[in-house]
Write a protein that binds this ligand. Structure first.
Ligand code: PNS
Length: 173
């Protein structure tokens, strides 16, 4: 029988409980799920390095047998072909996500018609959650519980402290 290998691509800067919710849903549906962190040259101001993001994702998915974590550079479709993947998993939280996701899915289909994009919705309680908002809350010292796993929260607090020390207490962006 044909094995369905899906790629779940993203920036994961950092991984949130919303991402993990989607990973748990996805790994029940696909034979194999590869969480693929994009090395995105457009987002050079990322809070965590690729290695740090990978470490956090690996720790949070270690108990999921059919899930692996990887990184990729360049076009997602090139990476899918390299990995022999037949699907891409993306999360849709609200209608506002739809336009960008539709554009990406259709462009990816044009580049590589053999790969299907599958959309899944995270639990409603995560529908307002994003890595960007998590970074902002962390930078201003707000509450993170329920938004990210404890390990990620520790990493966030440490990174904010490091940044504050590096700027001699001057507020950071
Ligand atoms: O977590 P994000 O930032 O929403 O993820 C976006 C990502 C990494 C999935 C997207 O930017 C991507 O696929 N980048 C790889 C480059 C690529 O293939 N671009 C063409 C997409 S149509």
């Amino acid at each position: 029988m044909k094995q369905i290998v899906a790629i779940y691509p993203g920036s994961f800067d950092p991984v949130t409980n919303g991402h993990l919710d989607l990973i748990h849903r996805g790994c029940k549906l696909f034979d194999r799920l590869v969480v693929a962190i994009a090395r995105n040259p457009d987002k050079e101001d990322s809070l965590f390095s690729l290695e740090e993001r990978m470490e956090m994702l690996m720790a949070m998915t270690a108990d999921l047998e059919n899930v692996t974590v990887d990184a990729f550079e360049g076009l997602l479709m090139t990476y899918c072909v390299q990995k022999n993947a037949n699907a891409v998993l993306r999360g849709i939280r609200a209608v506002s996500d739809y336009e960008f996701e539709l554009q990406m899915a259709l462009m990816n289909r044009k580049i590589e018609p053999r790969v299907e994009t599958v959309f899944m919705m995270p639990a409603e309680k995560y529908s307002y959650l994003s890595s960007r908002i998590v970074r902002e809350i962390a930078l201003f010292g707000g509450p993170l519980s329920g938004l990210v796993p404890e390990l990620v929260e520790e990493h966030l607090r440490r990174r904010v402290e490091q940044k504050r020390t590096a700027t001699n207490g001057i507020p950071i962006k």
